[in-house]
Write a protein that binds this ligand. Structure first.
Ligand SMILES: Nc1ncnc2c1ncn2[C@@H]1O[C@H](COP(=O)(O)OP(=O)(O)OP(=O)(O)O)[C@@H](O)[C@H]1O
Length: 252
């Protein structure tokens, strides 16, 4: 389980969030949405213990799998080396990775379908390939808690679909507590059970996807009119997506 209990974070006189409480148990996935600068990354950092709380408590295991936004280039390391870094906590300060650590890293690469990349250099990979490697690194920690900061932000639509499919597969295994931030409510529809909305004027609301991903709430969140549309899935089935009606969008 990972969560916050009446937690607050402030930078100087600016309070980002106050008395926020929620928890994500093992077996559920929660998406966090909110406008730019509202405090989504800071909330994740607070959950992980990187950001001190002004008040309240956090509940988290000692080790969590964390995929930061835009994984920095770790020059000259192979894909497998980057994933082995997920084992760092088990190794201790001066420990060397054992055969078992490399096996755990290889197993994580298999899980994300990226074992063919194992000997590629990380700094020469595309954004989509790097994202898979960073997710494998998070899985290699062995933690039941996985935290993703905008896991699809630098990806084209095909790689977004691939990443969301992987997040949903992990969600449906029900072995993990998963939290991810996103700017696209359709990503919550694709891969989350629950949603936390960080509202623009302050205040947060959370609940199941079916209640939170709704035109009225999202219009208030972003200040843009939102509406449901129907699209055909790959086998012709009808799916619902939620879209912004930007000014300039062709009138129906
Ligand atoms: N260490 C810090 N000191 C002071 N202000 C900070 C610090 N870290 C973040 N902030 C500020 O807190 C606010 C929230 O930042 P944060 O990155 O958490 O927002 P976000 O919702 O993730 O934004 P985005 O959607 O643009 O990624 C921003 O105004 C940011 O400049």
């Amino acid at each position: 389980m990972i969560g916050l209990d009446k937690a607050s974070v402030a930078f100087g006189s600016r309070t980002l969030f106050k008395d926020i409480s929620f928890s994500v148990p093992v077996g559920r996935s929660m998406a966090i949405l909110g406008p730019n600068g509202r405090g989504k990354t800071t909330l994740l950092r607070a959950l992980l213990g990187f950001q001190p709380l002004a008040s309240g408590k956090r509940h988290a295991p000692k080790v969590a799998g964390y995929v930061p936004q835009h994984g920095a280039s770790q020059a000259r390391l192979s894909d497998l080396d980057v994933v082995v870094m997920g084992r760092a906590v088990q190794l201790g300060l001066f420990g060397q990775p054992s055969a078992a650590d490399r096996e755990a890293a290889e197993a994580a690469l298999v899980q994300v379908g990226a074992c063919s990349l194992a000997n590629l250099r990380y700094d020469r990979m595309s954004g989509g390939q790097r994202q898979m490697v960073l997710i494998a690194r998070a899985l290699a920690t062995g933690s039941p808690v996985l935290v993703f900061d905008e896991p699809t932000s630098a990806l084209d639509l095909g790689n977004q679909a691939k990443t969301l499919e992987l997040l949903d597969t992990l969600r449906l295994r029900r072995h993990f507590a998963i939290i991810f931030t996103t700017h696209d409510p359709n990503h919550a529809l694709a891969a989350a059970d629950d949603v936390l909305l960080m509202m623009p004027g302050g205040g947060e609301i959370h609940g199941p996807v079916s209640q939170m991903i709704a035109p009225d709430k999202l219009s208030e969140l972003y200040g843009v009119p939102m509406r449901w549309v129907e699209v055909n899935g790959p086998t012709g089935e009808t799916r619902r997506a939620i879209l912004p009606a930007f000014s300039g969008t062709e009138a129906a």
